[in-house]
Design a protein around this ligand. Structure first.
Ligand code: BJW
Ligand code: ZN
Length: 252
């Protein structure tokens, strides 16, 4: 794999790097990307239609079952070479922040300390009424039946319905996370976009903000995305293959 010398130089000189990630960075850990066909019975459902407050209102057991299935899969998954390369990079530059759309914790488990979650955390459900966090059993090993419906638990404090700790379509992103992400991309000198389709707003604006503010920009993805036209270097391939080589060649 050969990279442009200017790209290697930009990485070596960068003092503040932001790595902006999407579902593709966790794909090689066995977590399906959001817009992949879902496996088994769940393939009868469109992920975009399950990830809404309206879907949860209409059929809580269907949506809670889907999220429990995914929560357990995420808990069993392990960081892959892409997560590990990003964690390694954090030790090689002055400042590295991860801004992720992912609801898993694989960046943290790979060793990154500064991780901003734009779309919440699948392991932290909370009460829909009083917003208190709801402790979920650490049943990581328990396989759920394919397409299994599950009634959502009740809040132990107020009896309200517990909901997944993620941001659905039509909901606002957590204000603190969004402010931190926006500040990070506007002040970084290099942005690396990894494994995102760049279709979901407002997250997809972040690379545009970085480019407008003068940051060097890189995208790593096996497929073209709408971000191609906004970034300087498009590295086509799976993140778990490209990132370790890129980090290895830059800081050899
Ligand atoms: C690999 C790989 C490998 C594979 N290596 N790569 C402006 C215009 C139009 C619409 C809107 C707008 N502003 C807001 C909207 C509406 C909406 C939106 O964006 N809709 C679009 C779909 C059109 N946005 C919202 O509603 C947001 N809220 C908001 O804007 O609030 C203000 C507001 C309030 C009220 C009314 C109006 C506005 C909230 C968005 C929340 C998104 N939530 C989800 C679900 C989270 C929970 C869950 O996981 O179930 O977040 S949706 C889903 O998409 C998930 C992801 O984080 C997000 C992004 O997906 P991502 O990560 O890019 O994954 P994929 O699957 O799309 O792509 C994977 C990529 O990986 C692909 O490119 C592959 O090629 C690649 N890949 N293998 C590297 N090995
Ligand atoms: Zn409650």
């Amino acid at each position: 794999m050969d990279f442009a010398p200017e790209l290697i130089q930009a990485l070596r000189e960068a003092r503040h790097v932001v790595v902006f990630t999407g579902a593709g960075v966790s794909a090689e850990s066995g977590i399906p990307t959001f817009r992949d066909a879902l496996s088994g019975l769940w393939s009868h459902f469109d992920a975009e239609q399950l990830a809404t407050p309206e879907a949860f209102e209409a059929d809580p057991a269907l949506v809670w079952g889907w999220y429990e299935w995914r929560r357990r899969a995420a808990a069993r998954a392990q960081p892959n070479p892409a997560h590990l390369a990003i964690a390694r990079m954090a030790g090689l530059v002055s400042q590295l922040q991860v801004v992720t759309q992912n609801v898993d914790d694989l960046h943290e488990r790979a060793g990154n300390a500064d991780v901003i979650h734009l779309h919440g955390n699948i392991a932290q459900p909370y009460c829909q009424r009083c917003r208190r966090p709801h402790a979920v059993a650490s049943d990581n090993g328990t396989e759920m039946g394919d397409g299994q419906r599950l009634t959502p638990p009740r809040c132990t404090a107020c009896g309200g319905t517990v909901r997944p700790g993620v941001v659905w379509f039509g909901e606002s992103l957590p204000q603190d996370a969004w402010n931190s992400a926006e500040a990070a991309v506007r002040s970084c000198d290099l942005l690396v976009c990894v494994g995102t389709s760049g279709l979901v707003q407002p997250a997809a604006m972040l690379p545009v903000f970085a480019a407008r503010a003068g940051a060097a920009t890189i995208q790593i993805n096996p497929d073209p995305t709408p971000l191609n036209e906004h970034v300087r270097w498009n590295l086509q391939g799976p993140a778990g293959k490209v990132l370790p080589v890129l980090v290895g060649q830059t800081w050899a």
